[in-house]
Design a protein around this ligand. Structure first.
Ligand code: 5GP
Length: 118
């Protein structure tokens, strides 16, 4: 799928728009969601130009895949999400309601989140 390099997360990656940064390394940037759905709501994005979870899995290199998912675990540990638990969500495409066309994982935590599938 075509990647729009003017999407809001691309602009955050380039430093054109500020974010409340949680973590950054070679493969990933994490920051707080501007409209949180839980006491802790972190977005983790890869540095590369991938539209969705599907694109990331299909087109990213093994190094990028490893680096990104390792970063998700590092962030979860550093932010103390592991002991009480957290939810990771990625909306991929229109029917999932994906708003920002740069792949991202939502990390939600800090309260009992209830069942997601009901
Ligand atoms: P999606 O619906 O694409 O899975 O989620 C996009 C998320 O990005 C939403 O939860 C929304 O609140 C968040 N978001 C949109 N624009 C910005 C922004 O400029 N800064 C931050 N930190 N989050 C944003």
């Amino acid at each position: 799928m075509h990647y729009d390099s003017e999407n809001i997360f691309a602009r955050i990656l380039r430093g054109e728009i500020p974010c409340n940064k949680v973590y950054e390394d070679e493969y990933a940037l994490a920051f707080y969601d501007i409209a949180p759905h839980a006491p802790t709501h972190i977005l983790v994005i890869p540095k590369g130009p991938y539209v969705s979870l599907f694109d990331f899995g299909k087109y990213a290199s093994s190094e990028e895949l490893n680096g990104f998912w390792r970063a998700v675990s590092v962030i979860s540990e550093e932010r103390n999400l592991v002991q009480d638990g957290f939810r990771a969500i990625s909306n991929s495409g229109a029917d999932a309601g994906q708003e920002v066309p740069h792949f991202h994982v939502h990390l939600l935590a800090g309260t009992p989140l209830g069942p997601i599938l009901s």
